[in-house]
Design a protein around this ligand. Structure first.
Ligand code: C5P
Length: 222
């Protein structure tokens, strides 16, 4: 690719977006949060009064859906048809239904096109489930970011407490495992490590350590 591409894939709550955003800021790359795009489609279905099972209805909605990212701290702002949905796309309801909506062929092809278009003019760091395998198969750097499910549930638990959301640790662990299972077993571009991806296990590592590890990998590939 003409512009440098870093793909970060991995299971839910492995820290992909936290790490990708810091790397993008430090390296002056554009950060693309593809999970937020699937979440936005899921919220658009809800807002339209559609059942998440309604594949035809959701497919028909796609041409009318506009998704924008605007800079923000500590997270980017996400706009759905001009309306800020940054927090709404992270609700428990959206989180627990996004895997179903993201399994639909039309949803995937539509978003993959949008994601590739974002790489045309600048270097990118993109995170998701199928970036290294499907969206950016020629990315110069591919990272597969993992952590134990216990640690991922604990990280999500702490985030939720900060937001004032009450979900017990065991439920979070079950939800994370259920989402990973669905994402890894769907028919189209399931979550899987690309053959040429480098696995980075973040269990027991803090954010700075993971950022440093991946920066070294990126430098080695430049
Ligand atoms: O990354 P995040 O947890 O926000 O992703 C939400 C969901 O979106 C995932 O569980 C998965 O179902 C879907 N997704 C996907 N492909 C991607 C990114 C996310 O199917 N590239």
């Amino acid at each position: 690719p003409a512009h440098f591409q870093v793909a970060i894939d991995g299971p839910a709550s492995a820290g992909k977006s936290t790490i990708a955003k810091i790397l993008a800021t430090d390296l002056k790359y554009v950060y693309v949060d593809t999970g937020a795009m699937y979440r936005a489609i899921t919220l658009a279905a809800k807002n339209a009064g559609l059942a998440y099972e309604d594949e035809a209805g959701i497919t028909a909605l796609l041409p009318e859906i506009k998704i924008q990212f605007l800079p923000g701290e500590p997270v980017q702002h996400v706009l759905l048809n001009g309306v800020e949905v940054t927090e709404d796309i992270r609700s428990t309801e959206i989180t627990n239904n996004v895997s179903l909506v993201s399994s639909y062929a039309a949803v995937r092809s539509d978003l993959v096109n949008r994601q590739r278009a974002l790489t045309a003019e600048q270097p990118v760091i993109m995170d998701g489930r199928d970036i290294g395998t499907t969206v950016l198969p020629d990315a110069q750097v591919k990272i597969f970011l993992i952590a134990s499910v216990e640690e991922r549930a604990e990280r999500r638990y702490k985030e939720n407490v900060q937001k004032g959301m009450k979900v017990d640790l065991e439920t979070l662990k079950e939800e994370i495992e259920a989402r990973d299972y669905k994402d890894s077993h769907r028919e189209i571009s399931p979550l899987t490590k690309a053959d040429d991806a480098i696995t980075v296990d973040t269990t027991g590592q803090n954010i700075d350590q993971v950022v440093a590890t991946i920066k070294t990998i990126i430098e080695d590939h430049q």
